[in-house]
Design a protein around this ligand. Structure first.
Ligand code: RB5
Length: 145
């Protein structure tokens, strides 16, 4: 799968670990930064990730910051993004099944790498449930019924 990943400075290590692991699993991963320890602003990377997905350059996104909160707010400002902030895999599963989430957000200061991998696995392998959920998800989009 084509996956784009972005973080602020607080989640650079988690981003690198997830990107390496996803590539080793055969995914096509685009790292949108940041890539250093220098402090950056999470909205810049959230907006970059959202634009990347909306342009069709990736099918799914992973958004990381210290808590996951700031960057999830940023990506969710784009009408084509449905970002779920999670810290355990059941929420990631249900975000796919019920909300057709296309971005997963996590906090590097909240969860460790193994929990993050479990969340990402659920996010990448769970299909959207459709049916009643499709009507609700449609109301989240640009053209509100
Ligand atoms: C950066 O220190 C921190 O504020 C940021 O990573 C994030 O937790 C914001 O929501």
């Amino acid at each position: 799968m084509r996956i784009a990943i972005a973080s602020d400075h607080a989640a650079v290590a988690l981003k690198a670990a997830l990107a390496d692991w996803l590539r080793s699993e055969g995914h096509d991963v685009e790292d949108l930064g940041t890539n250093g320890e220098a402090g950056v602003d999470y909205p810049d990377f959230g907006y970059k990730l959202a634009a990347h997905l909306a342009a069709g350059k990736a099918e799914r996104g992973i958004a990381l910051c210290g808590t996951g909160i700031g960057i999830s707010i940023a990506v969710n400002r784009h009408p084509e993004i449905r970002c779920a902030l999670v810290s355990e895999p059941l929420s990631a599963t249900l975000a796919r099944e019920h909300n057709d989430a296309n971005v997963l957000a996590m906090g590097a200061r909240i969860i460790g790498i193994e929990m993050a991998k479990a969340c990402v696995t659920a996010f990448l392998t769970t299909p959207f449930g459709g049916e009643r959920h499709a009507r609700r998800v449609a109301k989240l989009g640009k053209a509100r019924p």
